[in-house]
Design a protein around this ligand. Structure first.
Ligand SMILES: [Zn+2]
Length: 444
């Protein structure tokens, strides 16, 4: 009996161990706050990175900044046997496109692609922004350090590429510095269009915009809270999809929301000391970010950022007024916190890039039955599948059932009316795809 108990314990342990991938902990440990500090300092040193600023100077302006970012990616690539494909993705934006484009300008994104070994045309993206601004959005001459907005996101993206370039992934990872953000999200728009034109299968984008401030204008200080913004459903859906949703559900289950839940769950597993906040909206109230143009193009995309913003340190001329120091300067960036949010990105890039593709088709049935049935297409390379469900009021996938060697399963005793459901593919090493909400109905 004793022996039997011992064996039972062993089996339980191995099942638990199979749910985590120890490489993920190494990735967290390898992210360096010190290197992020060096890079944010370097970016601030270009004086201004305004989209309309100098492109010729070797030391000041957007040109010098993007050339440095490109050379940094190239150095990282030479350290990994040229594992990164580095290039400018260029977009000409014409004067008058909006009132923040006061002259013709090349909005150049710096792209670094780590090609996947098995699914090279499937891409998961991490982005930061190159450009910065002061009080007047069109002032391209004054000093505009943009230390937090958004040298922090840019430095985090570079650091993630340093850490992840030491590994091989099945899916491709893109690390990108987007430009033209403050002038109207032009860099993101350009890259999303480029992805469409190239036929890239975009799994999703993690837009990092301000990941270094821990002291909020509300007085709250936290180095563990952070926000994940996601829109509920894609703006590209059809009238028919909207109509079906009314009868079958899915109001809060679009592709960007699933990506947000993925990040949330993964952080809870691997970085339990952090407090990820799922925010059920596209972005902050009335404000924008570079994931939006990807959403506009029908791609999943979320914004990852600090939880407690400080508006006296965003989009401000550097000055002191009534004893308040205004300006997005270096001293307000908490590099340890920026490193944590960089790790949040890195582990999710890795998990997704190591996971098999998600099923394209997930069908569900079970009207007037005491069970719910799910069917999905077979994924070559998947070890198994995880069926998830949750209460209709829950933000997270709280229940799951793992299955192997099948592409359909009936959850006995689970009444379809009372839950939402989804299916993910699981890889050999336990890494999972993003959950897919049912997109077909099984008719009885
Ligand atoms: Zn900004």
């Amino acid at each position: 009996m004793k022996k039997f108990l011992f064996l039972l314990t062993l089996t339980t342990c191995s099942i638990l161990a199979a749910q985590t991938d120890s490489r993920i902990y190494d990735i967290i440990n390898n992210v360096s706050a010190e290197r992020i500090k060096t890079d944010v300092t370097k970016l601030v040193g270009f004086g201004t990175r305004h989209t309309l600023s100098d492109t010729v100077s070797k030391t000041r302006g957007i040109g010098a900044a993007r050339r440095w970012i490109k050379s940094e990616f190239e150095t990282i690539s030479s350290d990994c046997d040229n594992c990164l494909e580095v290039f400018y993705q260029k977009n000409l934006v014409k004067k008058g496109e909006n009132n923040r484009i006061t002259k013709d300008v090349w909005v150049n994104n710096v792209v670094a692609i780590q090609k996947g070994t098995k699914y090279p045309n499937r891409y998961i993206i991490m982005s930061g922004d190159i450009d910065s601004r002061v009080s007047d959005a069109n002032n391209f001459e004054s000093d505009s350090p943009g230390a937090n907005d958004n040298a922090s996101g840019m430095a985090g993206t570079i650091e993630a590429s340093r850490v992840l370039s030491k590994y091989k992934f099945e899916n491709s990872i893109i690390y990108v510095g987007l430009s033209g953000e403050e002038q109207g999200l032009f860099g993101g728009k350009g890259l999303a269009a480029y992805a469409k034109e190239k036929g890239w299968e975009i799994i999703g984008i993690f837009n990092n915009d301000m990941i270094g401030n821990i002291k909020g204008v509300d007085g709250i200080i936290s180095n563990t809270d952070f926000r994940i913004f996601s829109e509920p459903t894609p703006p590209t859906e059809t009238e028919q999809q909207r109509t079906l949703r009314r009868f079958y559900g899915g109001e809060v289950d679009g592709i960007s929301r699933q990506l947000a839940r993925y990040v949330h769950a993964n952080v809870k597993t691997y970085m339990p000391e952090m407090n990820p906040m799922l925010i059920y909206r596209l972005d902050r109230f009335g404000r924008g970010g570079h994931h939006r143009p990807f959403n506009d193009a029908g791609f999943a995309g979320i914004r990852i950022m600090e939880a407690h913003e400080n508006y006296t340190q965003q989009h401000q001329d550097i000055r002191t007024e009534n004893g308040i120091e205004y300006g997005d300067v270096l001293k307000h960036v908490n590099f340890e916190y920026a490193a944590k949010l960089t790790a949040v990105n890195a582990i999710n890039l890795a998990s997704i890039a190591w996971a098999p593709p998600a099923p394209k088709k997930v069908a569900i049935g079970g009207i007037v039955e005491a069970s719910a049935k799910l069917e999905w297409n077979k994924i070559v390379g998947a070890k198994g599948y995880k069926i998830y469900w949750r209460d209709t009021t829950s933000p997270t996938w709280d229940h799951s059932r793992y299955v192997e060697n099948t592409t359909s399963f009936t959850l006995e005793g689970v009444v379809i009316d009372n839950f939402f459901f989804g299916v993910a593919a699981v890889g050999e090493n336990g890494n999972e795809s993003v959950v897919v909400f049912p997109n077909e109905i099984i008719k009885n």
